[in-house]
Each structure stands twice: as structure tokens, then as C-alpha cells.
Ligand binder design. Sequence first.
Ligand code: PLP
Length: 378
Amino acid sequence: MIYLDNAATTPIPRPVADAMYEVLTQQFGNPSAQYPYGRQAHAMVEDCRKTLGQALDMDPECLFFTSCGTESDNWAISAALWQGRHRGRHIITTSVEHSAILQPLKLLEQQGYEVTYLKPDRTGHITAQQVMDALREDTVLISMMLVNNETGCIFPVEETARLLKASGSRALLHSDAVQGFLKVPCDPAGWGVDLMSFSAHKIGGPKGIGALYVAPHLLKNLRPLLAGGGQEKGLRSGTEATAQIAGFAKAAALRAENWAEKMARMGQIKDYCREKLLRIPSMVEIGRGQAPHILAMSLPGYPSSNIVTELGQQGICISAGSACHQGKASHVVSALGLDKKTAAGVIRISFGPETTEQDIDALYEALLHHKTNRFPML
Ligand code: PLP
């Protein structure tokens, strides 16, 4: 199998699976229990928090485990709105966020919140100035992703944090860094971001575990997500998912080793892929995403759902760039203002540390074959 869908999820390296197996079979105690098995499990969870804190250059006390990136996003929104409840009901976000942000915001609009959706330019980018122009006295939350999951565009989270602080606004800044963590520079504490979301399964960790960074100034009054047994300092109750946490930390530690080299290599693979696929007549690049792991392309007139299915049958996994939801272009593709045929043909190729030039060569051959043997849609 040739796996080129690493933005959807990633394979689990053996050391990560081993770390999880060890916890499942040997360190299965409940971290809240007072006997040695429990204390050992508690210490393991705290070690993992430290490992992740190191990977993010932050105080581990600011990191809270959740069940996934979606949960972190939902929590960040609800916590920020609670924090600003006496100041206003206006939210700023981008029209190309993941549905883990857009869907909760849609529900909030039904409850009387007002949301400004910033539109990207044709290359897929948003500027910090767009945020500042939309900022109001009653803005309580800005949610801007670090890397877009369909185009690979990097958004100016650091600059937005800086401008926001300089403006004196009390709006909180959240960033969904699910696609950015360990792919591009990510320093929530150094940048002055208030809340940031992470997920393990995009970096070689297991599904079902994520984390939320909470800036120190918010810790005292943060609204808990789940009330119950008091785990995660009483902010996110529920017995800790110890094996998942161990897998998350191990995956982050592995990816963080020689990180710059690995990302440079991934960037080379992306350049190789772009250059090779552009040799196919009429193939175009979509957006100008700079993240090293995501490349969006389109074969105008050739519906991406057909391409994805046919390549899948040949053992090559790519995605339709989340592009085809019941035959309609995704909200991200739609936001780029592409013509209908180009929008319908968008595919997303996403790379991992294991991706090779041979994988890209096989993709090229399969796409060329598809184009030669299929009639384009009219
Ligand atoms: N945010 C972004 C940008 C994503 O790409 C994803 C997953 O595709 C999520 C959030 C959701 O993460 P999870 O699958 O851990 O809920």
C-alpha cells in the first residue's frame, strides 16, 4: 500500500505501539489510586505531559489531555465564551476552519452569538490585518487555525497574537494547531496565544487522544469541560486514557527527534511531488500552502471522488481534499473561488516521514493512467 493521506491520519510507528502495549499490560493502574500501580500510572501520565510540554516549549502544567482535537476545539470555544460572557458575543474566525470549529460556531449563532468569517485570498491565505479589521469592542474570541488541513496554508497566528496584544483588546485567541503541531514552528506560550488544540493521530500517535494548551493567566478561572472526579486539575474529569497518553507522548518525542531535518526532507518530497504531477497536462496546484506535509492539486474536469476510488483500488491512498461532500466542493475549496471543474477535481496528497520518491512516482503513473483512460466531465 502507498499511503499518501497523512493529513487524515498517520500510521503508528512500532515504538509508539510498544509504549502503549506496555501501559495496557503492565502499567494499567488508575492514576487516581493510592497504591503503587496507581502512583506509577500517575507518574507516567505526568512524564508524558512533560514530554509534550518540551516538544511545545511550554510549561506542562498548561497542557490538558482531551479525547481528540475536536474536543479541544469545542472546549476552547466554550471556555473562551464563558470567560468573556460579560463583555460581548462576537467571534472572529476564518471560513476555512475545520468543522470542529465551524459546527460549534454554527450552533452558537443559533443562540445569538455573532460570527465574522474571514475569507482567504485565492492562494488560501488570511492576514493578521483581516483579523484586526474585524475586531470589535464586543469581540470575545478569535479562532484561527495554524495550518489549513486541505491546502497546507500556514496562518499568521503569531502575528495576530502580537497585534491583538498591542491593540489592548481583551478578546482571547485560540488556534487549532492539529495540522501544525510538529509540522511547522508552533510556540503558543512564546507567541502569547491563549488556547491551542492538538491531536495525536496526525503525528504518528493513536486516535482518541488530544490536548488543549491553556495560557497561565486563564488557569484560575477556566470553565471545566467535564465535571466529575477532578482529573486534569478538575478541568476535564474522566479517568485518564493512560495508554493513549503514552502513545501521544512517544509519538511526539519520536517526531521531535531531528525535527528540522525531517521537515526539510518532507518539504523536498512535497516539491518533488508538485513538480512531477505538474508534468501531467492540465494539472494545477491549488493554493500555495507552505506546510511541508500537504499538497493540494486539481485535474480540472476529472472528479476527485473517481480518482480517489480508482487509486484506492490500486492501493494508493490519497484524499479528495475533503473536497467532495455528496458531490459538492468542500467549504475550503469553495472559499478559494475556483471554477466548477477545477473545484471538482481537487485532490489532497499528504506526506509522512516514511514517504519516498518511489511512492510519488507510483502516484504519478496512476494519475497519468487515470487521465488517459477516463473521459473528462463536460
Ligand atoms: N482540526 C483540524 C485542522 C483537523 O485536521 C482535524 C482532523 O482532521 C481536527 C481538528 C479534528 O481532530 P480529531 O480527529 O483529533 O478530532
